[in-house]
Design a protein around this ligand. Structure first.
Ligand SMILES: O=P(O)(O)OC[C@H]1O[C@H](OP(=O)(O)OP(=O)(O)O)[C@H](O)[C@@H]1O
Ligand code: HPA
Ligand SMILES: [Mg+2]
Length: 174
């Protein structure tokens, strides 16, 4: 595990990568361009909660109207403890994917250690797995993504951010 297990993953990450709504929308559209040649897809499976936003944008661009969710929670979010599946794929979606996920598109906002992706891949081994961002540890689990950031980078998504005052650089701000 990491050098400072008492710190959260966010606190351990040395670099910050804040993403605006505009940037996120652009990156989701770029992701859809890449996915065009991998489809067509019968349905999208969003990994909640972070996958809901890119799934909505990708679904709109691809014209997919069947959207399902896999709901996953960490027992202890900060320490990235054990994952718990709160809701799996519905029977209707499983049928659409011929039981293996073929023709389904799984969408998440990012892959970090790959733990979440591994869990969902095991449910739907033949599905296409797409994320907007990827870190090196999780990258091998993803079929299509847009931007890679280093493992020690924390990505701040627009739905977790708010506008706040920034001190001038001459006062020591980075
Ligand atoms: O590759 P991993 O190390 O598993 O991390 C990636 C997962 O972590 C985040 O979700 P999180 O569990 O924080 O929940 P949320 O989507 O509900 O915010 C993110 O949305 C991915 O699903
Ligand atoms: O870099 C990240 N940002 C936001 N949520 C996350 N969950 C795992 N890694 C990250
Ligand atoms: Mg998530």
């Amino acid at each position: 595990m990491a050098e400072h297990p008492e710190l959260s993953a966010q606190e351990r990450a040395g670099k910050a990568f804040p993403v605006s709504w505009d940037q996120f929308h652009r990156d989701c559209r770029a992701l859809t361009w890449r996915l065009n040649s991998a489809g067509p897809f019968n349905a999208i499976v969003a990994i909640t909660r972070g996958g809901l936003v890119p799934a909505a944008i990708v679904a709109r661009e691809l014209g997919v109207r069947v959207i399902d969710t896999v709901c996953i929670a960490s027992y202890d979010h900060n320490k990235r403890g054990e994952l718990q599946v709160l809701k799996g794929v519905s029977d209707a979606t499983t049928k659409l994917g011929n039981g293996t996920g073929k023709g389904l598109l799984i969408v998440d906002d990012l892959v970090d250690t790959g733990k979440t992706a591994r869990m969902v891949r095991d449910m739907l081994p033949d599905a296409h797995f797409a994320t907007v961002y990827a870190k090196p540890m999780g990258r091998p689990l993803v079929d299509t993504f847009i931007t890679e950031v280093s493992q020690d980078t924390w990505i701040f998504f627009p739905w977790d951010l708010g506008l706040s005052f920034q001190p001038p650089m001459r006062d020591g701000a980075a």
